[in-house]
Write a protein that binds this ligand. Structure first.
Ligand code: HEC
Ligand code: HEC
Length: 390
């Protein structure tokens, strides 16, 4: 998988017909069979051999329902919308990007996707998005609208995806669907710039509980809301190194490192994506012990078995990671007392462990989401990190 830090490019304007290649049905079908059928199925029925255990599932392209469009709710996407999806993929899902395919082939794929469903007999209705107010956007107004329009019911008061309705959301295909964690801009499926957010709000995400707000609010107000949503995205501090400071310095001086988490849970050969996507780590130490402060977003608080939990795994030798296939040095899951607080979708845990002997050690972090245990999505882990005692 590619790492998606950059915001998706601005949605292309209508491409002049002269720049698009003429449809070549055979080339499109071949490119689809080579690159897409394993997930979307040979006829687009969503039943490819790799389609099991993906969440969300590969789309049934034959049904003609599309989430990421610049067109009115219920109308098909434009060619450019499909071209964007194929080129950039859909981060946060298993849909990869196809930058590696020549542009000509991507256009043939667009035409082939259009041939798979009857939806494209209707004309797409591109929406007008009004003028981008830039710095003139009214964030206070946007914040008000966030509550007035009920975004908080699904996305939670602070946008962590933990609203009161979040637990029961289901998509058109009968699968549970998470309300996006709006504070994690890097996890958005189709770009996190104010304009990307605006487009999602105006068009809605067809097939999901996320409606279109094109009728509900004035265009300039949707811009205010889009800028507000952009403003609550926290800048991640990704690193492969975690620095621990002396205890005397206090948490304020302990640098925060953000770690991406992925699922380690395999079923029938498929990786089941985790519901907790990242964890923030701080660390302090004294002569005997090292104290980790972990914070992470979890949509529901579970203290009963299967409970929410975290663990740190310390390896004395940071370079021994390839020899440690099993989790040697495993220091156990959190005790209940270590789970410090759960507030508005965010856990804080404090874990005290024996101090490793050297100045450097290997560090891994795991998080369990008890609320997702029955779906098999409950455990996620970081890569091996380097812990440095400053
Ligand atoms: C490894 C699996 C996988 C492969 C390979 C794959 N897709 Fe997807 N695709 C997905 C998943 C999963 C989704 C659903 C994402 C979602 O619902 O948010 C998706 C969604 C889509 C969508 C719907 C976008 C929307 O707006 O809702 C289109 C179009 C699409 N894929 C086209 C393609 C094409 C064309 C190819 C080949 C070039 C391809 N996909 C290859 C997994 C895959
Ligand atoms: C009924 C529940 C519901 C309401 C109300 C709702 N959303 Fe959503 N929203 C969702 C779900 C579910 C998704 C995730 C869809 C998916 O994963 O395919 C989502 C996705 C999003 C995305 C992410 C798109 C991406 O690219 O990944 C944004 C941004 C967003 N919502 C903003 C808002 C705002 C702002 C409001 C209020 C105006 C709102 N939503 C109201 C359920 C809702």
């Amino acid at each position: 998988m590619v790492i998606f830090l950059a915001e998706t490019a601005q949605v292309l304007a209508q491409t002049p017909q002269s720049l698009k290649p003429a449809p070549d049905a055979e080339a499109g079908a071949q490119a689809y069979a080579d690159n897409c059928a394993r997930c979307h199925g040979p006829t687009g029925a969503g039943d490819g051999r790799d389609s099991k255990r993906m969440h969300p599932r590969p789309r049934k392209l034959s049904e003609g329902v599309f989430k990421f469009r610049t067109t009115a709710s219920g109308t098909p996407p434009t060619d450019e919308d499909l071209y964007e999806t194929i080129s950039n993929g859909l981060p946060g899902s298993r849909m990869p990007d196809f930058q590696r395919l020549p542009e000509d082939v991507r256009w043939q794929l667009v035409y082939h996707v259009k041939s798979l469903s009857a939806a494209f007999q209707d004309k797409p209705e591109p929406l007008a998005f009004g003028k981008d107010p830039g710095k003139g956007a009214n964030l206070a107004k946007g914040k008000e609208l966030y509550t007035q329009l009920g975004c908080n019911a699904c996305h939670g008061p602070q946008g962590r995806g933990n609203g009161p309705s979040a637990a029961t959301l289901v998509d058109q295909w009968g699968d549970h669907i998470d309300a996006a964690n709006l504070t994690q801009g890097w996890s958005y499926r189709s770009g996190s710039s104010p304009r990307d957010v605006l487009v999602r709000l105006m068009t809605g995400l067809d097939g999901t509980p996320m409606p279109s707000y094109a009728e509900a609010v004035k265009p300039e107000e949707v811009w205010d809301l889009a800028y507000y949503v952009h403003s609550i995205q926290a800048e991640p501090r990704w690193s492969s190194k975690v620095a621990a400071v002396r205890e005397e310095l206090g948490w304020d001086k302990a640098p925060r490192t953000d770690l991406r988490l992925s699922s380690t849970f395999y079923r029938n050969g498929e990786i089941v994506p985790s519901s907790v996507r990242a964890v923030s780590v701080q660390a302090m130490y004294n002569e005997k012990e090292i104290l980790f402060r972990l914070t992470w977003h979890d949509r529901s608080e579970s203290r009963e078995t299967p409970s929410d939990a975290a663990a740190v795994v310390l390896l004395e030798d940071p370079n021994s990671r390839w020899r440690s296939g099993s989790l040697r040095g495993w220091t156990g899951k959190t005790e209940p007392a270590e789970l410090l607080s759960y507030e508005d979708g965010e856990w804080t845990a404090l874990l005290k462990r024996p101090l490793p002997s050297g100045k450097r050690a290997g560090l891994g972090v795991m998080v369990w989401d008890g609320g997702n245990a029955e779906q098999g999505r409950h455990r996620s882990n970081s890569n091996w990190m380097e812990l440095i005692l400053k």
